[in-house]
Design a protein around this ligand. Structure first.
Ligand code: ADP
Ligand code: MG
Length: 616
């Protein structure tokens, strides 16, 4: 409903109420005045009911209200008829307002939409809408301003407040060369960026789209409610008919009182409160998650999260930081510098944490034209042609795949073997650290949620075993290729009734993310493939966010259940009271509106949820 419609409705409600008061006091039951005030407030509903009737929808709330109130007029209960319509309209207004308001609140929570961008145009800064900015444009971001588009810093350094985007409260230091995401706030110094994505493809757009579309994927609780309403309403309508006819026929009691009861039944049969309250609680749950840096792609995933028994983790980049430090290099023929240079060239196009480490550590200037061929073999390593040399760099399985004679290294750390033109040239040992909050997050999963932690890795047995001992992982599988990971998840899925989560960093584990009941991608919006494949995207690298997600899911579900319970119980009570003859028709409408408002209020309680200190 637009605001104008609302204003008109309020005016009609006021006029009708005044007429009702006059009709029932000064003019002592003037029927014409009653009818006028009834039509003023009810005509809209009657028209809607007729329209729906022509379309073949009989049992819907406008129709029920129309029949109930016209029925009341026919048996001479004029005041009731007007009061019911009035309350019904007031209720609609309040519900509308409350759910709009909730949606607004959620949108405000996610205050990430940039309003403008300062774009360089003919040596002058010009304010443009973010949607109008093109890739490669230069944009100035002053302190206090929101970063309007994704881009790479070309001038200046500053601290970025990422809270709105990731839920992360510590600001992040960035400087020239860093890629930054829109939606965060520049805290202290002016910077210039070169835009890398159009607004439509930008982080903010993607997040807002995800959250807005999340409502399309319905949780079974929501589906239950729609189904319930479909059964409940006709049943109550039939009961209403029986109530109007049977008791007077059998017991000789007055028709008037039973028809009145029957009309009240019709009023109670409106499923409004039920139908709005449950989706709303899920919507609040999704909004709240987003505020905490957790993007949930549908209410069904929130519901699934509340029934998890196993959590499977990818190792590199998920349990560990994925920031490798080269510990040792052994070269057979070449200079060490040559080995690292070829390694940097071979890894140039890879996004794997190992590749990042090698490129960041040695920082060679790469002449891209020298890279003639590049092939990434997931779970094995890289095969590349650099000028006229074929380089293989990766694990033992890669060496075996290409029948390279090499020495198996038995030292702690991730071992990278290097071969050139099919000849073994040496190895590097890289060391990765376990993330700071990993131990705590895994312990909480196990202790507070009785969830089993399982680790999958493409790395060798020795590393897998040492990492899982340190973390007290329940079970691990090592030396896996990406498709082995999928096989294991499928096998575990067959063995467990409850849901299985797979948590990965999105680098080469999209298939696993899709296979698990719930795929969680860590580390933000960086990899498009991961966002496509995952059901839940966690914007930061913190594993503890999984605990936060579980907590929010549990709370959301609890509130949804409370709302269902509340709505059904109150309806039943009113039905019962009606049969006994204690309530009146207008009280029935009042109860329905009341339940809706209570349910909305109850859902909003979710917003009070604060991520516990220890989860941050
Ligand atoms: P995890 O399952 O622990 O996340 P991956 O499946 O990403 O690990 O990788 C498994 C192994 O494959 C790595 O330990 C490494 O030996 C090798 N590997 C994968 N990608 C690369 C790469 N870009 N360069 C070198 N080795 C790689
Ligand atoms: Mg990985």
């Amino acid at each position: 409903m637009t605001e104008e419609d609302n204003r008109l409705n309020i005016i009609l409600i006021i006029i009708s109420s005044l007429l009702l008061i006059i009709a029932s006091t000064i003019l002592k039951g003037n029927k014409i005045l009653y009818i006028i005030s009834y039509l003023i407030v009810g005509i809209e509903i009657i028209i809607k009911a007729l329209k729906n009737l022509l379309k073949g929808h009989i049992i819907e709330e406008n129709f029920l209200m129309t029949v109930a109130t016209i029925g009341a007029i026919l048996i001479g209960e004029y005041t009731e008829a007007v009061a019911v319509m009035l309350l019904y309209q007031i209720g609609e207004l309040i519900e509308d307002y409350a759910s709009d308001n909730t949606r607004k609140q959620i949108k405000n929570l996610m205050d990430i939409k940039p309003e403008y961008a300062n774009v360089l145009n003919n040596n002058k800064w010009e304010k443009k809408k973010p949607e109008e900015v093109k890739i490669k444009d230069i944009v100035l971001i002053k302190p206090g301003e929101k970063v309007p588009l994704d881009g790479k810093i070309i001038k200046g350094e500053t601290l970025l407040d990422m809270k709105a985007l990731t839920g992360e409260s510590l600001p992040k230091k960035v400087c020239v060369g860093d890629n930054i995401l829109n939606g965060c706030i520049n805290q202290n110094k002016a910077i210039e960026i070169e835009v890398s994505n159009t607004y439509k493809e930008s982080t903010v757009s993607k997040i807002l789209n995800l959250v807005e579309n999340a409502n399309n994927k319905k949780a079974t609780k929501e589906k239950f409610i729609t189904k319930f309403a479909k059964i409940y309403t006709p049943i109550v309508v039939v009961l209403a008919l029986l109530l109007a006819i049977l008791p007077p026929l059998i017991t000789n009691q007055s028709w008037h009182s039973w028809i009145y009861k029957s009309l009240s039944f019709l009023v109670v049969s409106c499923p409004c409160a039920l139908v709005i309250s449950v989706p709303l609680s899920f919507f609040v749950g999704i909004g709240l998650s987003a505020k905490n840096g957790i993007l949930v792609k549908g209410s069904n995933h929130l519901e699934d999260l509340s029934k998890v028994s196993t959590c499977i983790f990818d190792k590199t980049g998920t349990l560990t930081e994925g920031v490798f430090k080269p510990q040792k290099i052994e070269s057979i023929n070449l200079e060490e510098k040559e080995v690292t240079k070829y390694a940097s060239y071979a890894e140039y196009y890879s996004n794997h944490p190992i590749a990042k480490c090698i490129k960041d550590t040695y920082q060679y200037k790469i002449d891209k034209t020298k890279i003639k061929e590049f092939e990434e073999l997931p779970g094995l390593g890289i095969k590349a042609k650099i000028e006229d040399k074929t380089i293989l760099i990766g694990n033992d399985k890669l060496m075996e795949k290409y029948h390279i004679t090499y020495h198996k290294v038995k030292e702690a750390g991730t071992i990278l073997y290097i071969a050139m033109n099919n000849k073994y040239e040496g190895y590097m040992i890289l060391d990765d650290k376990i993330k700071e909050d990993t131990t705590k997050a895994i312990r909480k999963l196990q202790e507070n949620y009785q969830i089993k932690a399982i680790m999958l890795t493409g790395d060798i047995e020795e590393i897998a075993s040492s990492v899982s001992k340190k973390l007290n992982i329940d079970k691990y599988y090592a030396s896996l290729l990406p498709n082995n990971k999928v096989e294991i998840i499928n096998k575990l899925k067959k063995e467990t009734i409850n849901n299985i989560i797979f948590v990965g960093d999105g680098i080469n584990d999209a298939p696993a993310l899709v296979t698990a009941d719930i795929g969680i991608a860590m580390g933000g919006i960086g990899s498009d493939a991961a966002i496509e494949a995952a059901d839940i995207v966690i914007m930061t690298d913190n594993l503890s966010k999984i605990i936060t997600a579980l907590e929010i899911a549990k709370k959301t579900l609890k509130i949804a259940k409370e709302n269902i319970f509340l709505a059904i119980t109150i309806k039943l009570i009113i039905l019962l009271l009606t049969v006994i003859g204690i309530t009146s028709m207008w009280l029935a409408v009042f109860a329905d509106v009341g339940v809706s408002i209570l349910a909305i209020g109850n859902s909003l309680r979710l917003l009070k949820y604060k991520d516990k200190e220890e989860n941050l």
